[in-house]
Design a protein. Structure first.
Length: 225
């Protein structure tokens, strides 16, 4: 077995639910990026890597690798950009910030998903880019949902990095791991059906709507977002 397969098997033996197949990243929104990064560093015992600014969205981010090809995106307002019309895209959610607001799944068929039976939940396909602190521009394509986020973020958006190397390739391993991701919703059967039609495997339980992620820290502690 490869190292990743051994780690996955060990996680299952410990009762961990691995990330759903194709999980690209989790989006943790904060009202202030500097304060949010500092808070998570204290909670997780790991530093994040500055990401960059999202032109036109009024946001900037910081990244933390939490799996072989999975990262945590901490996103907050960018004081150097004006707020876009209608406000920030992650505003108006189920809970005050900071909060785990949504997640992304990799796909090479964004147009097909957007035109499919649950395409109304995904929004249009949109090309985006940002500039890293070192000046390198990276680009990607994603499905851009409207507000509020579909099913309070349980329905993911889909992303295609194209020719851009996945961000995890440049992120140091700080020893933080995603060991469980689940959704909660008052009508779990409805949401499970929508996820099935999108080809997404995510456990959904009854409860207050939203996502719950459990991260294992380098010290072996578990932190819930």
């Amino acid at each position: 077995m490869t190292d990743s397969e051994l780690a996955r098997a060990a996680a299952v033996r410990r009762g961990h639910r691995p990330a759903p197949p194709g999980t690209d990243h989790l989006v943790y929104a904060v009202p202030d990026l500097v304060a949010g990064v500092s808070d998570l560093k204290a909670r997780l015992g790991a530093r994040q890597t500055p990401g960059g600014s999202h032109p036109g969205l009024g946001t900037r981010n910081s990244l933390l690798r939490i799996g072989e090809r999975v990262y945590l995106e901490v996103v907050g307002p960018n004081p150097e950009q004006p707020a876009p019309p209608g406000g920030l895209w992650f505003a108006g959610g189920r809970a005050p910030l900071p909060a785990l607001v949504t997640w992304a799944v990799r796909s090479a068929d964004l147009d097909g998903l957007a035109a499919g039976p649950c395409g109304h939940l995904l929004g249009p396909v949109r090309s985006m880019s940002r500039t890293r602190p070192g000046g390198e521009r990276i680009a990607w394509t994603l499905t851009m949902p409207g507000r509020p986020l579909p099913r309070q973020g349980i329905i993911p958006f889909f992303i295609d990095w194209g020719d851009t190397p996945h961000p995890c390739f440049d992120l140091p391993d700080r020893g933080v791991r995603l060991v469980r991701l689940i959704g909660r919703h008052p009508d779990p059967d409805l949401v499970r059906g929508e996820l099935d039609r999108l080809g997404v495997e995510l456990a959904v339980a009854a409860g207050r709507p939203g996502l719950v992620a459990v991260l294992e820290t380098p010290a072996g502690d578990r932190v819930t977002l």
